[in-house]
Design a protein around this ligand. Sequence first.
Ligand SMILES: Cc1ncc(COP(=O)(O)O)c(C=O)c1O
Length: 429
Amino acid sequence: MNKNIIETDAAHLWHPYSPLLNKRNVAEVVSAKGMYLHLADGTKLLDGISSWWVNIHGHANEVLAKAVHEQILTLDHTLFAGFTHKPAVEFATRLLATIACEQQRLFYSENGSTAVEVALKLAIQYWKNKGAHKTTFVAIEGAFHGDTFGAMSVSARGLFTEAFDSLLNPVVFIPFPDGTNDDLVLSTLEEYIRGGEVAAFIYEPLIQGTAGMRIYTPEMLTKLILLCRKYNVLCIADEVMTGFGRTGKKFASHYTTVNPDMMCFSKAITGGLLPLGVTTCTREVEKPFLTDQLHRAFFHGHSYTANATICRLALESLNLFESVDCQENITRIESKHAAFLLTIVNHKNVKRIQCLGTILAIELQTENGSTHYEHEIRHFLNDFFLSRGVLLRPLGNIIYILPPYIITNQQLDEIYTVVDELLIALNSK
Ligand SMILES: Cc1ncc(COP(=O)(O)O)c(C=O)c1O
């Protein structure tokens, strides 16, 4: 281990969602290849969560790395105001065709939060350009849509937003549709939107990730979207986590029978090599922007918008994602998860276990039955998994497996064995 790196890091760097005086050491990663992260102390970690849900093709994929290298030497980056290039256009058209869902126009940014921010701003300006004043949003309790101000506003109030609550935009939250409260969820939504001030409803389709991998049904989501349609409220599907095969289909929105008006993508979009965010919309949403009047243009643009290298990378990653091999891997992981679920569903330390596509989430029983992100058990879980060479970063007392699609059956079994061992170890806690 390089003490200098760790000490210098502690003296100068900020880590996400962590106290500055962190009693728990960060680990130094020196390289990553395929399914593994290699740490400075020689430890090899099996990446069971695709390094925060991004590396769908594993680490240091050579096809992707070569494409990046070649693109940098051809056209690395150019401003996108007044200019265009093949990587941006090719990726956009390929992605729109893959998403389908009537999505026809696309805006490039750099991450999930900015993809959401762009969607929220587009929604407000869509109504403004049409001469309507609709400036509030509806979201689902427990939502997480990112860390910028707009994205925070439509995210659940709590630990993540606490310091900023008084500055956030007006947003109302409908209850999470947990399978027992459909009527309440629908009537609450109707109550909020019938007044006509709501610009858009934003949701994580079928599964709330950060809230603890909470799953709800496509039927319920379809009903929510239809209700929004009835009251002229735009629907924004935040597919930042669910996109690119995570839920079994290419996009979670493919499970519903109605389409969203806008969609947000990031994370797996580049296979994890470089950052990219994308916001898409239908022809209807673009309509009030189809004008040459400057004051009705969308005034938003990042320096790195449509970076040529990243667009080329995203195209190559999409090629890999759409390959027969990758699609078969997704189906294989799905059935492995489903079979493992059956072996532990009745374990006394398992409160609830859920599976959707390549995501397997296990809510652990706690002493007082509570479930939350800050649950102290997370430290024990983290240490337990790391000591056994597996990277699974729990959300409080919820552990989840969300692997790169290149994971082999043997590697999946290794992770399942460690989970089995954990369930036994919890008996003596
Ligand atoms: C559904 C969803 N939206 C948006 C974001 C924010 O993405 P980013 O961390 O890339 O800003 C996340 C991050 O976890 C997410 O899960």
